[in-house]
Design a protein around this ligand. Structure first.
Ligand SMILES: Cc1cc2nc3c(=O)[nH]c(=O)nc-3n(C[C@H](O)[C@H](O)[C@H](O)COP(=O)(O)OP(=O)(O)OC[C@H]3O[C@@H](n4cnc5c(N)ncnc54)[C@H](O)[C@@H]3O)c2cc1C
Length: 274
């Protein structure tokens, strides 16, 4: 059962949110709340004294072209991002996550920053070399610090954020929308299930970029793999498998099945890009 005496804050600006986080011990940012509510129901040990709802922060809801990128707010629901169709690969990936009703609740920032596995929304953002705008408490009494950094620089299996750092938006270069892309996703049951493997490939005009989730509980992209696939195509599949290291094997799929699935998906993806 979730504790009844939770302090709920609804700041109007990013600065107010960060300031509240700094003042109040144990505060958490709340977006769609799906992961937080599940964790709080599961164990009374989950610290839920204060939640800071990011829903009113305008910067976390941007959904527009700004300069040379699509700016996508971290608090946008996955269904809203997919409906915008600014980046077709992102749309395809998001439509594979949960069902429409659930996607109305799950947010882009929650998918990348949360603890639940797979974080599939990261695949197209990693492939596009998107950047992330965040705001974090400054040192001591200093004002909050905003930073725009490459996603790949602060993504290690999940978004690695400083204490109190809030993700405001992601910036996807406009040319990424023009690239040829391929997306394959396989589950054990029906469409609405976690992936056994989800593979995304793009050709950026100069070479191939590859990202995958499902075979590990987190997304993976590596320059060495991109270079090998660009040079040798399907012949580079053993290199891809080596770079991925031991794949997940569980009650849903054996190691052998996942390896075979992955090989087929990469081959199919490369054919689509050719
Ligand atoms: C039924 C269901 C099916 C799912 N299926 C899939 C799937 O197939 N593939 C997949 O990849 N994922 C899947 N997920 C996971 C889901 O995408 C993420 O858990 C979800 O996006 C969380 O979003 P939220 O807004 O509800 O997060 P919340 O519960 O609000 O927050 C989650 C965590 O992220 C932090 N956070 C949220 N927003 C920010 C921000 N802007 N800045 C900093 N920290 C932030 C919160 O403090 C919290 O720690 C599924 C989830 C559910 C409930």
């Amino acid at each position: 059962m979730i504790a009844a005496d939770i302090r709920y804050l609804l700041p109007d600006t990013a600065e107010e949110a960060v300031d509240a986080w700094r003042r109040l011990d144990g505060a958490r940012y709340l977006a769609g709340g799906t992961e937080i509510a599940t964790a709080a129901r599961r164990t009374a040990a989950y610290d839920l004294r204060t939640v800071i709802d990011v829903k009113r922060i305008p910067e976390a809801h941007v959904h527009e072209i700004r300069g040379d990128c699509f700016r996508l707010g971290a608090a946008l629901a996955l269904s809203d991002v997919a409906a915008g169709d600014a980046f077709p690969l992102l749309t395809a990936v998001l439509r594979g996550i949960a069902d429409r009703t659930v996607r109305n609740r799950l947010t882009l920032g929650g998918n990348l920053a949360g603890l639940l596995p797979y974080r599939e929304a990261a695949l197209p953002l990693l492939l596009a070399d998107a950047t992330v705008l965040t705001i974090a408490p400054g040192p001591g009494d200093a004002p909050p610090v905003r930073q725009e950094r490459p996603l790949r620089a602060i993504f290690d299996k999940r978004l690695v954020l400083a204490p109190g750092e809030l993700v405001l938006s992601f910036c996807v270069p406009l040319d990424a929308a023009e690239w040829i892309w391929s997306h394959h996703r396989r589950t054990r049951t029906g469409e609405v299930d976690y992936p056994l493997a989800a593979v995304a490939l793009v050709h950026d005009g100069a070479g191939i970029r590859f990202a995958v989730s499902g075979v590990h509980p987190y997304p993976f992209r590596a320059d060495a793999v991109d270079a090998a696939l660009s040079k040798d195509g399907a012949d580079a599949i053993p290199t891809v498998l080596e770079a991925l290291g031991p794949l997940r094997a569980d009650a849903r799929a054996s190691l052998e099945y996942r390896v075979a699935l992955l090989k087929n998906m990469i081959r199919a993806g490369l054919e689509e890009l050719a």
